[in-house]
Design a protein around this ligand. Sequence first.
Ligand SMILES: Nc1ncnc2c1ncn2[C@@H]1O[C@H](COP(=O)(O)OP(=O)(O)OP(=O)(O)O)[C@@H](O)[C@H]1O
Length: 303
Amino acid sequence: MNSIEIRELTKRYGTHRAVDGLTFDVLPGRVTGFLGPNGAGKSTTMRLLLGLDRPTSGTATIGGRRYPDLTDPLHRVGVLLDAQAAHGGRTARDHLRLLAAAGRIPMRRVDEVLEQTGMASVAKRRIKSFSLGMRQRLGIAAALIGDPGVLLLDEPTNGLDPEGIIWIRELMRSLAAEGRAVLVSSHLMSETSALADHLVVLGRGKLLADTSMEAFIDARSTPRARLRTSDPVRLRDALARDDLELVAADDGRWTVEGIRAEQLGSLAAREGVPLLELSDERASLEQAYLDLTADHAQFSAAH
Ligand SMILES: Nc1ncnc2c1ncn2[C@@H]1O[C@H](COP(=O)(O)OP(=O)(O)OP(=O)(O)O)[C@@H](O)[C@H]1O
């Protein structure tokens, strides 16, 4: 089955618990964001899952089996761990052909994944001439070559430009919609909130949250709208009737706490107040994540 099961997973290095009693599932059909500050234990969890390191206790399995016991690993799990790992002297195409040969994967997959990742036009160039973004795309092509049901991507947006980030978001969504389980690690809440449907948050090796993105946002962010208007006086009066306050921001705009842009737009329309700009502010979400992980950050400002 296309899933990942982590049960009571612990990894100690000496007396330090890099991963501490973790239990969670990564389910098919959605993109799960794997979040936590640097040193929280994300990479260690991924290494344990791939059998690159042995757990002190607990289990990490893919469809109920340990990675080293999988009979057809490239077909079951696609992995992007370190985009720099490919041999620089080879061309992108040769790199993927070697992978396909090693995994007994049909060579037509090489052209398919080159196409899918937008790398077809540079397939004959040597990897050492590639930008970080191109290496990321090649790493993703390699992860997809076996058409796997489970994807593990460590910081896949590294080095990608805004267009590349939108591309990878759409790619991950479509892979999940096809029934695959997609786990994407990041230390950035802002980026992950745009990528993932579900969140698993770690702090100092422990599980801090395992929740849908929607529930995470609803539980932790006070809605706040930001706007520009040509009639702040009338808007202020209208808001006051709902016990809401119009607060001047330093850039000539206004903010209103406790209301979403959508509701504020309707209110302004009802009152005939012209709005020249209106958006939701999500800064509080980033703050909620920082608050959640602050006590657990390995290297907080106080150290
Ligand atoms: N081989 C090792 N030996 C000793 N300590 C280790 C080893 N690997 C990881 N650690 C420690 O385990 C903790 C978790 O590290 P890990 O790399 O898993 O965190 P992370 O969440 O992936 O962070 P990052 O975002 O920086 O990659 C850190 O304190 C790290 O120093």
